[in-house]
Design a protein around this ligand. Sequence first.
Ligand SMILES: NC(=O)c1ccc[n+]([C@@H]2O[C@H](COP(=O)([O-])OP(=O)(O)OC[C@H]3O[C@@H](n4cnc5c(N)ncnc54)[C@H](OP(=O)(O)O)[C@@H]3O)[C@@H](O)[C@H]2O)c1
Length: 331
Amino acid sequence: MLYSELGKDKLKISTLALGTWAFASDGFWGEQDEKDSRETILAALDMGINFFDTAELYGMGHSEEVLGRALKGLRDRAVIATKAGAANLSKEDLINACEKSLSRLGTDYIDLYQIHWPSPTVPMEETHEALLRLKEAGKIRNIGVCNFGVKNLKKIVPYGTVISNQLPYSILWRAIEDDIIPECEKNEIGILTYSSLSQGLLSGKYKTADEVPKGRTGTRYFASTRSNGRHGEAGMEAETFEAIARIRNICETYSLPISSAAISWVLNRPGISSVIVGARSPEQLKDLVSASELKLPAGAVGELTSATEDLKKVVGNNADMWEGKAKSRIN
Ligand SMILES: NC(=O)c1ccc[n+]([C@@H]2O[C@H](COP(=O)([O-])OP(=O)(O)OC[C@H]3O[C@@H](n4cnc5c(N)ncnc54)[C@H](OP(=O)(O)O)[C@@H]3O)[C@@H](O)[C@H]2O)c1
């Protein structure tokens, strides 16, 4: 396992992190047995993964509880990142939300406390003041954001406290490349990526949009007429599955598992500190763990990048996977 460092205090995190949204056992991901979640968390530690990402919103706190129970007695081996939802960013709400997360996680400190989505109403100054208060009280050790585009970064970066920005990024979803990655790099903000397997599309197990489980067709890859769609756009199903077919062919030529190649491709892009993967079992995690150290052949990197140039144009610069341009929350 390789590690990277975040911020001035050099928070040491594995370059592969375990995302725990699916442990929420919710309508999006479907049922998940806590035993499988616990075994995945323990397997992650055994494999050298020290970085775990959760959120108050995942299963209304259930994911935090599952993570907290699994890490009981092992707290010092883990770097825990959780998030406060956009509805809890006023001073009072944020402080309350943090207390509740601490209690569900069964810990007295959070290593990285993140704003999950920017608030359209609460001034950044107020949210930041609350974050500082939590930091001074020792309840959180570091401050991070998620889904912050250039405009929102410019509002919070001047405080000099934010060490990371969690963003959707995969070989199929390259909307952050032209503006947001350079802005993060310029300000020494580490990028933590999510949906780097494009919610399972990059496992290679789906050849057409019709094969994708219903709960997972709400992103802009799919027509908004499919289940869970709310973006109001036509989607990009043809381009997405053509790109996946090209990726599959390239991976066959170089004898690479698609999922590992997809993770390694992200890790080798500029500015990336860690890839958060949503593995749901020790077996899935075992398949992915070697990606942290996988060196893709130079030819494969070039071919994989070219394979998704067309799709990159269709995705455009709206990085929000769920909302169309008019309502995009990543600004
Ligand atoms: N900050 C944010 O706004 C935000 C948003 C989304 C996610 N996240 C974080 O990022 C994490 C991961 O992102 P994600 O949830 O979008 O998912 P992802 O990592 O892109 O994909 C996860 C899915 O990939 C499939 N998978 C994983 N390993 C596999 C393997 N070895 N073989 C075959 N399939 C495999 C599984 O599908 P099956 O279910 O079919 O097994 C799994 O559910 C989340 O848990 C969460 O912590 C953050």
